[in-house]
Each structure stands twice: as C-alpha cells, then as structure tokens.
Design a protein around this ligand. Structure first.
Ligand code: PHE
Length: 341
C-alpha cells in the first residue's frame, strides 16, 4: 500500500505539473482527488490493513492528499498568471511604434466662399433658405414671368422628368423667390444657395450642374439704390475694399428694370488682360427690381411693396475669389488642388 501511494503521488504530481490549461487541471483533480478518484480508491483499502499499520498509512495518505492539493492550487495560480500575461501582451499598445498618419480632407474652396457669403448676408439681416432641386416648370418658368416660347424651356437646354415638360431639374435658383413669397409675408430678406442644372457640355467655364445663390429683399420703399448699395458692399467684402463695381442694363423676365453687375478686373485693374478677356471687367451677377407681375402672381401687392433680387453662379465667385482658371478643377476634387486654399 505504501508502494501504491508512492506511485500515485509521483504519477499525479507529474500529470499536474504537465497540465496546460485550467480544464485539464480540473480533470486531473477529479481523477485523483474526486469521490471516485484514485486516492479515494486507495484509502478504501485501508480496512484490509492491521490496526498497527493504519495510523502510519493514514498519515501518509493525508500527506499525499495535501501535496496534491497544494500542487493543484499552485498550478491553477500559475496557469491564471500565464493567461493574464498572454492577454496583456496581445492587448498591449506599444506607444513607441511610429503613429499612422491619417490624411485629412480639406475644405472645398467653393464652400469656403459660400460660408463667407452666408456670413456677409446674415450680418445684413438675411435668412438662409434651401429647398428642392426638382421643380415644377410652373415655378421655374411661369411664375417668373417667362414666356411659353422662352428658349430656356427647350428640351435641348433643360432636364425634364415628364413628357409634358411639367417637372424638371431647376435651371436657376430663382424659383426660390416664388416659394419664399408664397410662404412668408414681407419684410423678406433671404439668400438661397443650391444646385442648378442645364444641358451644357463640360468645358473650362461650363458644367451641366453648378451652384447659384439667389437673393431677395421685399419691403415697403425698397429701391434700386438699396440693390446697388448692398451688392457693392458684398463685392467689397468678398474681393477687397478697393473693389470697383459697375451696373449695366440687362433683361430678365422676372425683374424690371434688370441689370448685371461687373467687378473691375482684379488682375489688370481695368486695363484689359487674359483673365478678363481684354474687357477690364468681370461679369459677376444678374439682378433687378422684382417685376410687379411676379409679386402679384405670388400674392404680394406691388402697390404696397417693392423688392429686388439677384442671382449669381457660386463657382464663378469662387474662381474669381481664388483666381482659379478652369471650372473643371472645382469638381475634380483633387486634393493637391483643394489643399491650396
Ligand atoms: N436667375 C438668373 C440667371 O440664372 C439670375 C437672376 C436672379 C437675375 C435674380 C435677376 C434676379 O441668370
């Protein structure tokens, strides 16, 4: 029996020290120390011993049990330790490894200019409104006093959704004048930036999609002098205090009188150069006093109120502001281009 216990002790201790997981270790504990385990089986044979032999054998058995329990406890702690170390190693952040450089995007020059424009107009008490790009022909043309035979209505010029030419991609932001007049009572001061669409081939100055900013003021006693003063201020804020503006007569069906505003060429100061195509001036926007018919169609009494409106191409503004020569650069989104602004 002594021999049995010695053999059991050696075999079990060797197995325990070789255990490589908590599961295996628990299996060994049951195998050796469990109710139906090997040590228990040996102890059951104690009855066969003589009364003189029993105490010594009992003590020996207890020593084996104690040794097994201690070794199992130590092994359990060691395994837990190793598992923790492994987890710490695999989860550790090595702060000495050089960081990964994240490439940041860059604000688009057109939106830089749009934000400046919004700031200027908000400072003058204007509200910024945005709305639909899919428009009724009624709002894009009819309510703006455009005649039924106006060339802009042609299928070759405008993107239509329906055979009857009633729904389209807006060709200008001017329908925003109508929407705002229909839902707000004067006094009104608003700017409405957004995309517009025309069937144009892409080149250095054309794109089938571009942005416009519409503006409108309606109140009592509003005059052309307010229009000129406001837009001249805006040009000076955008392009510098020494900017010179001029207003030329023009025609738009929804304004009367109508005009275009130019700024003196920032490059040659009016002498004439390639940037202004020898003109000395750069055309910036269309504007005018809102036609009384348009006011009346939108529920505003032209005998009480008057107003003015303007519209300009945002890309063109950004190009003039940052001296960009080709419209296509605005849409290509090449970071090497964008990072310059
Ligand atoms: N909508 C006109 C255009 O696209 C610009 C404009 C707006 C003119 C408002 C006068 C008043 O050319």
């Amino acid at each position: 029996m002594k021999e049995l216990l010695r053999e059991l002790r050696e075999r079990s201790l060797a197995a325990i020290s070789g255990a490589d997981s908590a599961e295996v270790l628990e299996g060994l504990r049951v195998q050796f120390l469990g109710k139906k385990g090997e040590l228990t089986a040996v102890l059951k044979q104690m009855g066969k011993l003589s009364p003189e032999e029993r105490p010594a054998m009992g003590q020996l058995a207890n020593e084996v049990r104690a040794a097994l329990e201690r070794t199992i406890d130590e092994k359990r702690a060691a395994l837990a330790d190793a598992a923790l170390r492994l987890r710490l190693e695999s989860e550790a952040v090595d702060v000495t490894i050089p960081g990964e450089a994240h490439r940041m995007g860059h604000r688009h020059p057109m939106y830089v200019v749009l934000d400046e424009i919004k700031d200027i107009f908000i400072g003058m008490g204007f509200e910024v409104v945005e709305d639909r790009e899919v428009e009724l022909a009624e709002y894009n043309f009819d309510k703006l006093n455009e005649q039924p035979n106006h060339p802009a209505r042609e299928w070759t010029d405008t993107f239509y959704f329906t055979e009857d030419s009633s729904i389209l991609l807006r060709t200008q932001t001017s329908p925003m004048q109508i929407h705002v007049m229909e839902r707000q009572k004067p006094p009104i001061r608003m700017v409405a930036p957004g995309r517009v669409y025309r069937k144009d081939e892409v080149d250095a100055t054309h794109s089938p999609m571009f942005h416009q900013v519409e503006g409108m003021v309606i109140d009592k006693n509003v005059t052309m002098a307010d229009l000129k003063g406001t837009l001249d201020q805006v040009a000076k804020r955008l392009y510098g205090a020494d900017t010179v503006t001029r207003f030329r007569p023009h025609h738009f069906p929804f304004t009367e009188p109508s005009c275009e505003m130019d700024i003196q060429c920032y490059k040659c100061k009016g002498k004439g150069c390639p940037t202004c195509k020898g003109e000395g001036w750069i055309e910036l926007l269309g504007a005018g006093m809102i036609h009384p018919k348009v006011l009346r169609m939108s529920g505003i009494d032209p005998d009480v109120y008057s107003g003015w409106a303007f519209g300009f191409g945002l890309e063109r503004m950004a190009m003039a502001r940052f001296k960009i020569s080709d419209l296509r650069l605005i849409f290509e989104n090449d970071v090497r281009f964008l990072e310059q602004f």
